[in-house]
Design a binder for this molecule. Structure first.
Ligand SMILES: [Zn+2]
Ligand SMILES: [Zn+2]
Length: 239
């Protein structure tokens, strides 16, 4: 896939529309075009919000007590297609605020920040994987002008040398927010298309927010049906 970050012309337009203030506290930032719009203090606050390695089910990512078995009670009865899921953050606090600005308010400068946060984890745990973005709905891309997850994955390739490939495409679909697991699954099913066969190595799916796991599960199912040996999931936040 192309390693290009958002083009300079697009960056310039967004810089004019959204002046460089910190996404966390609103302080003015003495930075130029393309920099991450977050001050040093808020960066430290965000780092403190990052999940610790232990205390979450390694299969689905929900918080569990240390003595609970894997798979946890939550995912034991579910037929999860992906081998594992982990999230960098809980979907709350500063992480949630920045993700919302990134996804819905045109603050595409956060793509660089989220890629910076994901890259060490990808390098440490998923080095043998091909990184594949969970595709946005076409309608969302049309209304917001960009696909947030795709921007992050482009940054992973361009700035961190990750092996990435766009393998999935999604058409139409309803807004998933507020829907239950079964409704989400029905809404997503049949709308995903595999663009070409997966490479002969594990796939790491990247998404922004993991809620019920339905989206990741459907993407994983399409990839496995297409021949992927294993699908793992890494998200920015878990709701
Ligand atoms: Zn700040
Ligand atoms: Zn679990």
């Amino acid at each position: 896939m192309s390693a290009a970050a958002p083009g300079p012309a697009l960056s310039a337009v967004f810089d004019v529309l959204f002046p460089q203030v910190c996404g966390g506290c609103g302080c003015e930032l003495p930075v130029g075009r393309g920099a991450v719009p977050l001050c040093g203090r808020c960066r430290r606050l965000l780092a403190a919000e990052q999940r610790r390695p232990r205390g979450h089910c390694s299969r689905c990512g929900v918080p569990v007590l240390p003595e609970q078995e894997v798979p946890c009670l939550h995912c034991r009865d579910r037929d999860l297609v992906f081998a594992s899921h982990e999230a960098l953050f809980d979907y709350r606090g500063l992480a949630r605020e920045l993700l919302r600005q990134f996804k819905f308010s045109g603050r595409i400068g956060f793509a660089r920040l989220f890629a910076e946060l994901l890259a060490p984890r990808v390098d440490a745990v998923y080095r043998d994987c091909t990184v594949v973005p969970v595709p946005a709905r076409g309608r969302r891309v049309r209304s917001h002008g960009y696909d947030a997850v795709d921007l992050v994955v482009r940054q992973l390739a361009a700035a961190h040398g990750c092996r990435t490939e766009r393998l999935l495409r999604r058409r139409g679909g309803r807004q998933l927010k507020g829907l239950g697991r079964a409704q989400r699954r029905a809404s997503i099913a049949g709308r995903l298309r595999l663009l070409r066969p997966p490479p002969p190595r594990p796939v790491l799916l990247i998404d922004d927010v993991y809620t019920t796991g339905a989206t990741a599960g459907e993407c994983a199912a399409v990839l496995v049906a297409g021949g992927a040996s294993e699908v793992r999931v890494l998200t920015l936040a878990q709701d």
